[in-house]
Design a protein around this ligand. Structure first.
Ligand SMILES: Cc1ncc(COP(=O)(O)O)c(C=O)c1O
Length: 385
């Protein structure tokens, strides 16, 4: 029986509030009820979400352009301010144009569903973000999932699909959200080129952080080599919204065919203005990205010394894989009792047996903050039964 018909089961599933409510603006430390906690789980990598310059830009735009777009971009929701932001995002990604969506989630969903259809094959890393997975499902294309980071397996799927004459879209996160590692971008670019496949790279966790803010493709020397480059304004850019950058033709096609672009109300102008301000800050303050990555490395090294098995982070995400769900909850509870907010990430968000604490220090955390976080997370020895 489904939960829609079994109302009692629905009520049982959702007893209690599943949402933590902050009592202050984003920053290195936040209020939660009566507590002040070090915030170690936000994607605000550069510490811009609470920056007064972004707030001032948003306030001015609210005054000049209004608070809501009032319609989709295809009706009357797009303004000259949105056009300016699209041009800046295209420039950031070294592309001809960029298309703004109201979220990164919708950018992935709409783009994959617009570009592929029944008969096509989407070749997708098993750890790609849920919005990619949902876009694949919505497209009606065949989905060929390859083991995480396994470029040879990706190639085999691509070759098999091309032999059948199918159109192929290879899609990958560049920095994986729950593991913090990089996709094998060099190999994926080569596979797409060699087999006449399209490559889409989700730079949600790399934009603003790697490659001088331009992303992982730029950091590795592959700028311009992926046909479709997706990013979000909700993480390092400190605001909200998503975008896809690419050729003039691709962007025109998405403006005509991506359903979230056509049917979803456009990004509010104050948000666009905040993102424009963020791009200025990123250009003038490269220390922020360097500091975020330094903090991630310091955190990983500290956890490693404490006895945890933690991979060296490729960007600003540190995955402390604990294993069982209840053990991960215990580590998170311990951290909270010691003044650090780091909620557990549990199955089905990650595979069974890999429950973890996903840690994201920001540019605004000091070395002392990072060391406090390490101390608050304890040791595996302490946590074992
Ligand atoms: C890899 C990846 N892509 C896309 C998204 C969706 O972006 P947004 O939160 O801006 O909708 C996320 C968000 O967590 C993400 O991690």
């Amino acid at each position: 029986m489904s939960l829609v018909t079994d109302r009692a089961a629905l009520a049982r599933a959702w007893h209690g509030d599943p949402v933590l409510r902050l009592g202050s603006r984003p920053g290195p430390a936040v209020a939660v009820g009566d507590e002040t906690l070090l915030l170690m789980c936000s994607n605000d990598y550069l510490g811009l979400a609470g920056d007064p310059r972004l707030a001032a830009a948003a306030a001015e735009a609210a005054h000049d352009w209004g608070t809501g777009a009032g319609a989709s971009s295809r009706v009357s929701g797009a303004t000259e301010l949105h056009a300016r932001l699209e041009a800046r995002l295209a420039q950031l990604k070294g592309c001809e144009d960029a298309v703004l969506f109201s979220s990164g989630y919708l950018a992935n969903l709409g783009t994959i569903a617009a570009l592929t259809t029944e008969g096509d094959v989407v070749v997708s890393d098993e750890l790609n973000h849920a919005s990619i997975v949902d876009g694949c499902r919505l497209s009606g294309a065949t989905i060929a999932v390859y083991p995480h980071g396994d470029a040879p397996a990706c190639r085999r799927h691509v070759i098999a699909a091309r032999r059948r004459g199918a159109g192929v879209l290879i899609v990958t996160d560049s920095v994986f959200s729950m593991d913090g590692d990089l996709a094998p971008l060099a190999e994926l670019v080569e596979i797409a080129d060699a087999h006449d496949a399209s490559l889409m790279v989700d730079e949600a966790h790399a934009t603003g952080v790697l490659g001088g803010g331009r992303g992982a493709l730029a950091a590795l020397g592959f700028e311009g080599r992926a046909e479709v480059v997706m990013g979000t304004c909700s993480k390092a850019l400190g605001a909200a919204g998503g975008f896809v950058a690419g050729s003039t033709g691709l962007c025109r096609f998405l403006r005509l065919r991506a359903r979230p672009y056509v049917f979803d109300t456009a990004q509010p102008a104050p948000v666009s203005a905040a993102v424009l301000a963020a791009l200025d800050v990123i250009a003038s303050e490269p220390w922020r990205a360097e500091r975020a990555c330094h903090n991630a490395r310091r955190l990983a090294a500290g956890l490693d010394r404490a006895g945890w098995r933690v991979a060296e982070p490729d960007a600003a995400v540190v995955a402390l894989v604990v294993g069982g769900a209840s053990a991960a909850v215990a580590v998170s509870d311990r951290a909270r009792a010691h003044g650090v907010l780091a909620p557990p990430i549990l199955p089905p968000a990650v595979a069974a047996g890999t429950a973890r604490i996903r840690l994201c220090p920001t540019a605004l955390h000091s070395d002392a903050d990072i060391d406090s976080a390490v101390a608050a997370l304890g040791t595996p020895h302490e946590m074992s039964p």
